[in-house]
Design a protein around this ligand. Structure first.
Ligand code: PXL
Length: 274
């Protein structure tokens, strides 16, 4: 099993490729990377970060892979900082094996707001690749941006079903929505599978602390589980439990607010996932 993940390298900050690469590898998946930019840190909570954009380099990397006949079983896209990269993402799909899966985590927003460095053309570009994806993993805020609706933190089951089916109508077969809460003490993920029309939920106790990178941990584990042929209820349980355990590992260190200590959880669980 071989995947290529397309997102930035935030050199410090426990997000994007520095999460996806170790998690997918620990689940036994060969993980190539197509870095979209190199940042000194992520853009949430740090100021004065540096950005080295790789928009020009990305098509050259893809062309070389094509010449080498390199192929993948899956593509996983995350944070994208420059809208010109959406065309490159589309051309990377040429490298997918037959039956290969295109996963899109439209990592662009949280808590009702777009990330600070992002603009409307990123939202439009995400909408474009969501239409071509097999599986998407937005949070509630990203779902609102994708559907051009206003963000509502607490939705009813009926409203969540409408969000899920509307997103699936855009194209993807499977929609995994995070940050869903029907009870103030619980938060979790809800999945919709278009083929069977099934809705699956998984909730864990809510922890009142916000960390960056939890979406990347969730998506990396969920994608690894799907590629290991797990059923959707297992996928949601593993991804939610892994994310919550990472948050719990981080809580005692109050000075650590920029990301979650997923490494400790990975070290404990990796050997279980053959
Ligand atoms: O975790 C999402 C993410 C990825 N990459 C960069 C970010 C963020 C969230 O803020 O800033 C550069």
């Amino acid at each position: 099993m071989k995947i290529v993940s397309i997102q930035d390298i935030s050199c410090y900050g426990q997000c994007s490729l520095t999460v996806a690469l170790p998690v997918l590898s620990a689940y036994g998946i060969e993980t190539a990377i197509l870095p979209s930019a190199i940042l000194s840190t992520h853009t949430g909570g740090f100021t004065g970060f540096t950005v080295h954009d790789l928009t020009e380099e990305m098509p050259a990397i893809v062309s070389h892979w094509e010449k080498e006949k390199i192929r993948f079983d899956a593509i996983y896209t995350g944070y994208i900082g420059d809208a010109r990269q959406f065309d490159t993402i589309r051309s990377t799909k040429k490298l997918l094996n037959k039956g290969g899966l295109f996963f899109v985590d439209p990592a662009m927003a949280d808590n009702g707001k777009l990330y600070q460095a992002l603009t409307d053309d990123i939202v439009a570009g995400m909408r474009g690749i969501v239409r071509e994806a097999d599986v998407i993993l937005p949070n509630l805020t990203e779902a609102a941006f994708l559907l051009e609706r206003s963000y509502k933190e607490n939705c009813s089951r009926e409203e969540i079903k409408d969000i899920l089916t509307s997103l699936a109508d855009m194209g993807p077969e499977t929609v995994i929505l995070t940050g869903v809460s029907y009870d103030p003490d619980q938060i979790g993920a809800v999945a919709y599978q278009k083929g069977s029309g099934t809705i699956t939920e998984y909730f864990t106790p809510r922890i009142e602390r916000n960390y960056h990178g939890t979406g990347d941990v969730f998506s990396s584990v969920a994608i690894a589980e799907i590629l290991n042929d797990k059923e959707i209820d297992e996928v949601l349980k593993s991804a939610c439990e892994f994310t919550v355990s990472s948050i719990i590992s981080t809580l005692p260190d109050e000075s650590h607010g920029y990301g979650v200590k997923f490494e400790q959880v990975l070290a404990e669980r990796a050997h279980l996932n053959k």
